[in-house]
Design a protein around this ligand. Structure first.
Ligand code: PHE
Length: 335
């Protein structure tokens, strides 16, 4: 009788519970078998009486097993009448595009309209593509302008310090006309602060063809600035030096934050430097067997973070790589 009670109150939540029930009561060493084995000790005149009781016990156990088994399958097929399936689901949060991606895409689409194609190169570079091919031989003092990360102490391999390395890779395999932009990440061993980081992003431009002049360079950049910042923005070129361009210039635009009246971004000068540029050095063309008597070219390189600062007025470079959602969420909807 106590076994009957135990079986009656037995509940199963899963297939393991059910199997445990089967083993305990109906298994080859189970209780039903044990009880049945007692029959041999029953005197023959009472065998009939006992046989009926034990048979009923066995049937009870088998039926209980079936009932428990059904209770398992029916819960898994249970319907949920209380749930309103027509209710809208929980919204899935959608991320936002990173501000640097937004600005890089805008920059690229402006240059694409002028016929520039996008080119890419490796971030791990060799000395030749990052320096030597660009007219920066070993021991050239201009190498010190860029604090280089060398890989495995092997001075032949480094993290590219500028996207000008992609210029070298393109001229190596493509002949003029060449009209490309190279957006990408670059690395310099600088102490991280609001104004400097050990990695940042550049967008390089290169145009090589017959009769390319400094006027073409100026007009291209003028168009870019007007499309990016509006018609009111002024620009100026200052003579500068890069080993891979001659003549070279740096370009400033009137500060978009204060409108040229003076603020902390432009250090109260009204102007912000946004890029370096120049006419491709003939020696660089020769390095790639491009006839420098026939072809000329211009190149420019600018920092995406700086353009982003001017567009979105972000004044701390570190924000771009901290992945703080409070910062990133503010760009929701910008594309
Ligand atoms: N590579 C230069 C820099 O990182 C920028 C530049 C590119 C200058 C192309 C001239 C021409 O500062």
């Amino acid at each position: 009788e106590s076994y009957r009670q135990e079986m009656s109150s037995y509940q199963v939540a899963n297939a393991e519970n059910l199997e445990a029930f089967r083993i305990k009561f109906l298994g080859t060493k189970g209780i039903v078998k044990n009880v049945m084995a007692e029959m041999k000790n029953v005197p023959s005149e009472r065998k009939k009486e006992f046989g009926q009781i034990l048979n009923a016990f066995k049937i009870f156990a088998e039926e209980r097993f079936e009932t428990l088994k059904e209770s398992l399958t029916s819960t898994s097929q249970q319907t949920y009448p209380d749930i309103d399936w027509s209710l809208p689901g929980d919204p899935i949060p959608v991320g936002t595009r990173h501000p640097l991606s937004i600005v890089r895409n805008q920059m690229a689409s402006i240059f694409k309209r002028l016929g520039f194609a996008i080119a890419e190169g490796p971030e791990m570079e060799d000395d030749w593509h990052n320096f030597t091919a660009l007219n920066l031989p070993e021991n050239h003092p201009a190498r010190d302008m860029q604090d280089t990360f060398y890989l495995n102490q092997n001075p032949d391999y480094l993290l590219r310090t500028h996207t000008s390395s992609v210029q070298a890779r393109i001229m190596e395999k493509q002949k003029p006309p060449i009209r490309i932009i190279c957006p990408g990440r670059v690395y310099r061993n600088e102490t991280i602060s609001a104004r400097a980081h050990c990695f940042f992003h550049q967008l390089e431009g290169l145009y090589v063809d017959e009769h390319v002049s400094f006027a073409d360079l100026k007009q291209t950049l003028y168009f870019f600035v007007q499309e990016m910042f509006g018609k009111d923005v002024k620009l100026r070129f200052r003579p500068s030096y890069f080993p891979f361009t001659e003549p070279s210039a740096e370009m400033d635009i009137s500060c978009t934050v204060c409108g040229g009246h003076g603020c902390s971004l432009c250090k109260y000068t009204g102007w912000v430097e946004i890029l370096g540029c120049g006419m491709v050095h003939p020696k660089m063309l020769d390095n790639f067997n491009i006839d420098s008597n026939k072809f000329t070219g211009f190149a420019f390189g600018m920092g995406v973070e700086r353009i982003c600062q001017l567009k979105f007025r972000v004044n701390d470079l570190r924000l771009y790589s901290q992945n703080d959602v409070r910062f990133l969420r503010q760009f929701t909807g910008a594309v």
